[in-house]
Design a protein around this ligand. Structure first.
Ligand code: GLU
Length: 513
């Protein structure tokens, strides 16, 4: 294989969707696997769809996932500029070349002319008529007009576009690495505009010229571009260039498996579809990203890698290095890949569990401070160690483990009503005194003191332990109680127990009243 060069070519029309991240990831993995180059090209020729901020967003997202381009705007490279708006001067001559070779032609139609053509065709029973071999003869273009008429319209300089002249009666075969041979009939294709009135190329034109000039060897992109590939392949032929190899990735489907995943599905099903937070100014809505929702980039990469690619065995956990080794275009699946919310959370949990405690502590330290808690690094390290198996996303350290920092205001009263017996109050008071007397407030000392007391007084665990947990944590859910008590600390545990016991007694009295 010649030196592999692949590109991720997003249009800066909004935030990068998770489907775009997957395209970038597969390009990256393929490049790395073959010692090739991963290029970022910004396809911003459609100025009407340009959304400020999206280009930066795309780059920040790629970097968050570790998918750093070797060439691209701001990344250097010998094939720049990598922003198509900065390459405007390059495209014109190629469009003219196609006109000169008879593969493209000038058009002077107004939008009214186009509407009239469609209406006329509809009258003849042809609905959604195209600008093509059937209609081009009746339109205002350099094929239908005389040379002198054409020249005078070109001099006038209004409404000039260049369209591809799609050959008639051809079957265009595309060898797709994912789908095998795909055939398109040329009579079904329209004479696409390649150069617009403002001198800007359209996507199709700019895309193939840049792929050629940037020496792209493999085009790996979403399935929605497969129909355009017929036009692209024809253009390569018209220029006499060798096309790159094509791989079209399957759609990412909604969690229900029905239909393409959309940005609104995130809110609907409770997961992010964007890597980072994005403020949609038109809708005045902020979409949370995977980052803000507490996902680790490695976990998301691992999850996304399997959305449309199958390693050929049962292995699920892959580091980036392992993905690079294992990735193979021939294992990309043809059918749509369902976005499974539980699966992405599961991956994240696995990655949280295997992240060193000190690293996790660093990750949440800022949020701890923002909550107004002042705890030591050692405390945080122990805290994440106790909680990490119980959380799937980082914010759950606080929603599920907030009691380590502060006694919750709401306690699980139902549990108190069920488990607390007023006649046991003297035992709890005695346990409190024993805890007050402890020299070393460690989990093992707590265990022997509390279990010893239960045994000495022939009590049941069920009468004592739940109330201790509820009294100290406010909830029945949490890690090992003795370890929890040790971390919360002697004074705080005793203070909490005293105040909880008063609350439990009041609850019971109210119940009995
Ligand atoms: N600019 C296109 C997009 O936004 C790129 C398609 C391609 O990779 O050719 O997805």
């Amino acid at each position: 294989m010649s030196q592999v060069r692949v590109r991720f070519a997003p249009s800066p029309t909004g935030p990068l969707h998770i489907g775009g991240v997957r395209t970038a990831l597969y390009n990256y993995l393929f490049a790395k696997k073959h010692g090739g180059t991963f290029i970022l090209r910004i396809e911003d020729t459609d100025q009407t769809r340009y959304v400020p901020g999206s280009e930066d967003y795309i780059m920040q997202s790629l970097e968050w996932f570790g998918l750093v381009p070797e060439e691209g705007p701001g990344y250097g490279g010998d094939f720049g500029p990598y922003r198509q708006s900065e390459r405007k001067d390059i495209y014109g001559k190629y469009a003219t070349e196609l006109v000169e070779k008879g593969h493209a032609y000038y058009c002077f139609d107004t939008s009214e002319d186009l509407a009239k053509m469609r209406a006329d065709m509809a009258d003849k029973g042809v609905h959604s008529a195209k600008y093509n071999y059937l209609t081009r003869g009746q339109m205002k273009n350099s094929l239908s007009l005389s040379k002198s008429e054409t020249e005078s319209l070109l001099d006038k300089g209004e409404n000039i576009t260049i369209r591809l002249k799609i050959p008639q009666d051809r079957t265009i075969l595309i060898q797709d690495e994912v789908r095998g041979e795909v055939a398109f009939e040329s009579n079904e294709l329209d004479d696409k505009i390649i150069l617009k009135g403002d001198g800007m190329p359209t996507y199709h034109m700019a895309n193939i010229i840049d792929d050629h000039l940037m020496e792209i060897t493999h085009v790996i992109r979403g399935e929605e571009w497969l129909p355009s590939t017929a036009h692209h392949v024809l253009m390569y032929e018209m220029f006499g260039w060798t096309p790159p190899s094509f791989s079209h990735l399957p759609l990412i489907l909604k969690p229900t498996g029905k239909g393409k995943l959309s940005k609104r599905d995130g809110a609907k099903f409770g997961f992010p579809v964007f890597p980072l937070e994005w403020l949609d100014k038109d809708e005045n809505v902020t979409y949370q990203g995977f980052k803000e929702d507490g996902y680790l980039p490695e976990a998301v990469v691992n999850f996304i890698s399997l959305l449309g690619w199958n390693p050929g065995n049962d292995k699920e956990r892959f580091s980036m290095e392992e993905l690079i080794q294992a990735f193979d275009l021939s294992r990309i699946v043809k059918s749509g890949a369902r976005f499974d919310v539980d699966k992405v959370r599961w991956f994240n949990q696995q990655y949280i569990i295997s992240t060193p405690n000190s690293v996790l502590a660093d990750m949440i330290a800022m949020t701890v401070r923002e909550h107004g808690y002042d705890v030591s690094e050692d405390f945080l390290i122990k805290f994440v160690e106790l909680m990490k198996e119980r959380v799937e996303v980082l914010p759950e350290f606080f929603s599920a483990g907030g009691f380590f920092f502060k006694m919750p205001e709401e306690i699980e009263e139902k549990m108190a009503r069920k488990k607390y017996k007023i006649e046991n109050r003297p035992h709890f008071d005695a346990l409190n005194s024993s805890m007050e007397d402890m020299q070393q407030f460690t989990s093992s000392a707590l265990e022997s003191t509390i279990k010893g007391y239960i045994a000495d007084h022939e009590l049941s665990f069920g009468a004592i332990m739940p109330i201790l947990r509820l009294g100290v944590c406010g909830t029945m859910k949490g890690p090992d109680l003795f370890e929890t008590m040790e971390l919360i600390g002697q004074d705080e545990v005793i203070r909490r127990m005293k105040s909880s016991l008063d609350k439990f007694t009041a609850i019971k009295n109210a119940q009995n009243a």
